[in-house]
Design a protein around this ligand. Sequence first.
Ligand SMILES: CC(C)(COP(=O)(O)OP(=O)(O)OC[C@H]1O[C@@H](n2cnc3c(N)ncnc32)[C@H](O)[C@@H]1OP(=O)(O)O)[C@@H](O)C(=O)NCCC(=O)NCCS
Length: 149
Amino acid sequence: MMATSTVSGVITVRKTKNVTLIKKLNERIFPRDPLDLRHNNVYWILRINEMPVGFAVLHPLTNEPETVFYSRAGLLPKARGRGLHRRLIDVRNRYCKKNLYKQAITYTMDDNVASANNLISCGFKFYDPANRWADSLHKKEVIYFLNEF
Ligand SMILES: CC(C)(COP(=O)(O)OP(=O)(O)OC[C@H]1O[C@@H](n2cnc3c(N)ncnc32)[C@H](O)[C@@H]1OP(=O)(O)O)[C@@H](O)C(=O)NCCC(=O)NCCS
């Protein structure tokens, strides 16, 4: 039988304060893009059979108290291709609703089709902010998304 590079099993998505593990996952998934570890970030880890394979970050905006920024999410390659990113978006959507936030904002690169599809599936819509705040951070074209709760 041919070996498979994917993993399967019981999936859990739990909130965590284990920033060390988040940093490790970030280094593997975004090797050239260190994480902005802001003090009020909220973190989740996605595990398959208790093995950490993905993470998500939510950043409440201090200057806009009703808004959060979904600042990053990623999966190890072996966990991709089966809709797990949507679990990482949904868990943050639920957190926002529970904590009475009014909206979430985020962005993707214009060639990140998987990420854009998943955001739209989880309630996000395209929007065009007046100040296009993420454009200067990236060389590629940026697409902005907004989810109103
Ligand atoms: C972005 C990421 C989290 C998505 O992971 P995922 O949940 O496994 O997403 P999938 O591969 O299942 O793709 C999601 C959907 O987009 C579709 N899709 C992906 N690439 C596509 C393409 N090039 N054209 C058309 N559809 C595409 C998939 O078919 C899937 O649709 P479906 O669920 O209806 O079948 C993962 O690729 C990743 O970790 N990438 C590196 C980090 C990153 O880019 N993070 C996001 C920015 S912070």
